[in-house]
Design a protein around this ligand. Structure first.
Ligand SMILES: Cc1cc2nc3c(=O)[nH]c(=O)nc-3n(C[C@H](O)[C@H](O)[C@H](O)COP(=O)(O)OP(=O)(O)OC[C@H]3O[C@@H](n4cnc5c(N)ncnc54)[C@H](O)[C@@H]3O)c2cc1C
Length: 463
């Protein structure tokens, strides 16, 4: 007889862990299955040559103080039964959107962004205020809304293409699975979480969050298995009858929550459904280079926390044609948060848009792959040097991860960081006891993934 659970969760990323805490707290028997040896999914960490690197953490969005009780961060902590202090968050210095001839600064105080828009785009102020009113009154948690183009809606309020692109740039980089546009609900979520709320970083990096979740999950009696990849989901008609692991073990559960991605989860169904599971997978993937520096960047004049830059005439958020597109990107300086003591390492991270297929074509030739990686790192150094001139002289070590690494650690088709363009807001699949959580449910990023796990557990397991 197979081991039986109330709930099996596929994936120990942010969404799987948060869903697990919720279900276990309400005395469900829960098992999280993770194919890797480490929990965290995209938000993991590793050590190399004596340095310790986070994989997917630039900034935690949605920062608010403890007193903002109705804000998503505090709601999420309450749902997880964690105190505000559990994530030990430190606020950003300031961030910036840097385009040719224009720079908008923003902080965790929204009024500063308003003042910057007024300074650089005075004729857009009325439209900007109206757009902000629409954003603040929009209920992004309504799971029934039909998707609409954010560019269409924003252009009803703003007429200056430069301002429109500058506002879209950070929101797309931190949360769009769609090329050159966003779904308006997603635009609202990202606008609120980045501009109205803000950025912070846990003092110990991403492990502060994942460890808090794992401790809480285990305390409630939740079970977790590493190196326990799910090979298939055995179905009859519209129900999943059993979960088969890579080693052939069979488990059963009343409900299954999957954070593996929508098409990726459908690809596990046995027998396979008739529809092609790769038909609408996402393509937006990135390459990230981490630079270790000999001094903190603030010592040579760079004190911005996150710099979203665009060097081209137009901002283009599309799959790169080659290995990398350095015309735009995100520079993150983990040292530039408001700490009470300095970080151990001096780091700078650069993320640029990439192309999965181009990297995949090099996969079988390791010499060509590593040579390409070296070339791309040099291109990325040149790009940062244009924006922060003394940068090159301070680099003492580099490491990079490509779309292939992202695919390996998430299982996402095409290494698509934000998953498929069409989101499954209510988490439902064609199978009555199988639900999607995390990236493809539609709440993105670290806070978004946790909210997704919590809300889908509440809706489909605990109601
Ligand atoms: C370079 C980079 C930087 C980022 N920076 C930020 C940032 O600064 N701020 C922010 O908010 N967000 C950031 N993100 C995004 C954030 O990391 C993700 O949105 C979030 O981690 C998604 O969590 P998830 O639980 O949905 O999915 P994942 O983290 O992808 O977790 C899914 C898990 O499922 C497991 N899995 C898949 N298939 C199977 C299977 N068959 N069997 C068992 N297990 C399986 C995977 O191994 C994985 O552990 C960044 C992402 C990247 C790539």
């Amino acid at each position: 007889m197979a081991n039986h659970y109330d709930v099996i969760i596929i994936g120990a990323g942010m969404s799987g862990l948060a869903a697990g805490v919720r279900c276990a707290y309400y005395d469900k028997t829960v098992l999280i299955l993770e194919k890797h040896y480490m929990y965290g999914g995209l938000n993991s960490f590793y050590t190399k040559d004596g340095y310790s690197f986070d994989v997917g953490l630039h900034a935690m969005t949605n920062f608010v103080p403890k007193t903002a009780r109705r804000a998503p961060l505090n709601k999420l902590l309450r749902q997880l039964k964690l105190p505000y202090e559990a994530f030990d968050l430190r606020e950003q210095n300031y961030s910036e959107i840097l385009f040719p001839n224009c720079r908008l600064r923003f902080t965790n105080n929204f009024d500063e962004l308003v003042a910057q828009v007024r300074l650089h785009f005075p004729d857009q102020m009325e439209g900007f205020h109206n757009l902000v009113d629409i954003i603040l009154s929009y209920d992004e948690l309504n799971l029934q809304r039909k998707p609409v183009s954010a560019r269409n809606i924003v252009s009803r309020y703003l007429s200056n293409p430069l301002l429109i692109d500058m506002l879209f740039c950070p929101l797309m980089y931190y949360g769009s699975a769609i090329e050159d546009d966003m779904e308006f609900g997603q635009f609202v979520i990202m606008f609120k979480s980045i501009f109205n709320e803000g950025f912070a970083r846990p003092w110990q990096g991403v492990r502060q969050i994942t460890s808090a979740l794992v401790r809480q999950y285990r305390k409630q009696g939740g079970e977790m298995r590493m190196r326990a990849g799910v090979r298939s989901l055995k179905c009859t008609d519209d129900r999943i009858q059993a979960v088969e692991l890579e080693d052939g073990e069979i488990l059963t559960a009343d409900k299954i929550l999957s954070s593996a991605g929508y098409y990726e989860t459908l690809a596990l169904i046995d027998p396979l459904p008739v529809t092609n599971p790769q038909s609408n997978a996402g393509v937006m993937t990135f390459i990230e280079t981490i630079f270790v520096l000999d001094q903190p960047p603030a010592d040579w004049g760079h004190d911005a926390t996150i710099t979203f830059y665009n060097l081209g005439e137009q901002f283009r958020y599309r799959k790169a044609e080659g290995l990398v597109d350095v015309k735009s990107g995100v520079i993150c300086s983990p040292n530039n948060y408001q700490y009470d003591r300095p970080l151990k390492d001096n780091l700078l991270r650069l993320t640029c848009i990439s192309n999965f297929e181009v990297w995949q074509s090099l996969q079988s030739d390791s010499e060509a792959y590593y040579a390409a990686k070296e070339r791309v790192i040099r291109q990325m150094i040149d790009a940062v040097e244009q924006l922060i001139p003394p940068f090159r002289d301070h680099v003492i070590y580099t490491d990079a991860f490509t779309p292939l690494t992202i695919q390996r650690y998430t299982g996402h088709i095409n290494g698509a960081v934000y998953g498929a363009p069409d989101k499954v807001k209510d988490g439902r699949t064609p199978f009555k006891n199988l639900f999607i959580i995390g990236t493809d449910q539609g709440f993105l990023g670290i806070v978004g993934a946790m909210l997704s796990g919590i809300s889908m557990a509440n809706l489909h397991v605990l109601q």
